[in-house]
Structure formats: C-alpha cells, structure tokens
Write a protein that binds this ligand. Structure first.
Ligand code: ADP
Ligand code: MG
Length: 229
C-alpha cells in the first residue's frame, strides 16, 4: 500500500549463523504500519521484540525477507545508505534514555540535528526549544539532563527522537523504568505526538493497560506474530 510507512515481508533473523549455536529467532514476520498508526508490540521475554525493533530500526540486518520504509526497499542498501535513511526517517526511544548527562535538555535535543547537517546553530536551537515545549519542558531547557527526574529525562529523549521529524518512531519499553504515574504521562505524550504529527509508532511494552490504549496490538510469541487486533 502506498501509505504504508513500514512493510515487512517474511522477515527472518538467525543468530550465530554457521556455528553449532545457530538459532532462528524470527520466523517470517509480515507486518505493515500505516502513516500515523500507533501500534503496540507485546509478547513474553525472549519472543524477539527487541530483535524485530533493531531490524525495523535498520540497526541490524534480517537474515531473510524484505523491509520497505516509506516504499523504499532497504534490503539492498549498503551501510552508508542505511545510516542516512535511519537518520532521516527513524526516531528511537529506549528504556534507558541515553541522554548525555553533562548536556542541557536543549543541547540533548539538538544532538541529532548537529550530527545530521550544518544548519545555523540558532535555527537548530529554535527547533529544539519548540520540541521541548511540545513535551512540556520549556522551562527546563537549560537544566543538565543529570539533574532531571526519570520522567523528565524520558520526555527529553522523546523530543530528541522527534528532532529530525521521523516518519517512524520505535520505542522499546520507554516507560518500563518509570513509576506508574510518570509512565502514564509519558505514554499520553507519545500518543498525543502521534495524533498531532502523523508519526507512526511501534511501541514495545509489557504493560497491557498501555497496550490497550494503542490503535493496534501485535503479539509476538517465539518469533511469530500470533495475534494482530
Ligand atoms: P525480547 O525483546 O522479546 O525479550 P529478544 O529479541 O531480545 O527478545 O530475543 C529473542 C531471542 O533471541 C532470545 O532467545 C535471545 O536469547 C536471542 N538473542 C537476542 N540477541 C541475540 C544475540 N545477539 N545473539 C544470540 N542470540 C540472541
Ligand atoms: Mg527486549
């Protein structure tokens, strides 16, 4: 479909290929996500969720199958092209926010912009401030990441993930490390960003209460999709 941001066709992944320990952990995954769709990915520990997210994030290559991002077949791209495409199209939010603790909130949000292209500093700073405002942290712009709470740091990480206006945001248990109240408000923020920006989300979670509030729940068990509802 033309409006699919992501399309996976028969994605397979084996680890330790060519050794006695070789094991296939994804056994032919078919999945399409539309523009603006907010999809939860659930499943028991070890079912392959992170493996799938790494492949979708172009951080790891599948052993078989095809992956289309915004209609482009990524299977044949070399490393440099994958890196460019990843930077342009995909935002990441991890369980541990991976902020640079000695940088301020606004500097952390600017990081992907600084790595990507040589725009004037003031323009990048303006964009970063707008994003911080969007995640409710405008007044915290000059605070060091290390001095912020877990929930606030995760909000900064969300603003950073949006820095280059990705079409797809991948979130691997982004609320797993937070207390219930912070988890809820970070989730609401992601939902709101999805609804207002047309960004597609693939959101890994163990929390069924949050999963139920997504547009769609895809369940992975032993490297296979067992339900999609
Ligand atoms: P989940 O995120 O659902 O907990 P993972 O994708 O992390 O699952 O893991 C799926 C399976 O792949 C597990 O059996 C895990 O042990 C195995 N696995 C993950 N990463 C590697 C790796 N780098 N090398 C070998 N096996 C791995
Ligand atoms: Mg995992």
């Amino acid at each position: 479909m033309a409006d699919d941001v992501l399309r996976l066709e028969q994605i397979r992944k084996s680890y330790a290929i060519g050794t006695p320990a070789e094991t296939e952990v994804l056994h032919g995954i078919d999945l399409s996500l539309k523009r603006g769709e907010f999809c939860a990915l659930i499943g028991p520990s070890g079912s392959g969720k992170s493996t799938l997210l790494n492949i979708v994030g172009l951080l790891d290559r599948p052993s078989g199958g095809k992956l289309f991002l915004n209609g482009e077949d990524t299977t044949t791209l070399d490393e440099a092209a994958l890196t460019r495409l990843r930077g342009r199209s995909i935002g990441f939010v991890f369980q541990y926010h991976h902020l640079i603790s000695a940088f301020t909130a606004v500097e952390n949000v600017m990081m992907p912009m600084l790595l990507e292209q040589g725009r004037p500093n003031a323009a990048m700073r303006d964009d970063a401030l707008r994003l911080l405002d969007k995640v409710g942290l405008a007044q915290w712009k000059d605070h060091l990441a290390t001095n912020m709470s877990g929930g606030q740091q995760q909000r900064v990480a969300i603003a950073r993930a949006l820095a280059l206006q990705p079409s797809l945001v991948l979130a691997d248990e982004p609320t797993g490390n937070l207390d219930t109240k912070s988890a809820d408000s970070v989730f609401e923020l992601l939902r709101q960003v999805g609804a207002t920006s047309g960004t597609t989300f693939l959101f890994v979670t163990h929390n069924m209460n949050l999963a139920k509030r997504c547009d769609r729940i895809v369940e992975l068990v032993d490297g296979r999709i067992v339900s999609d509802r």
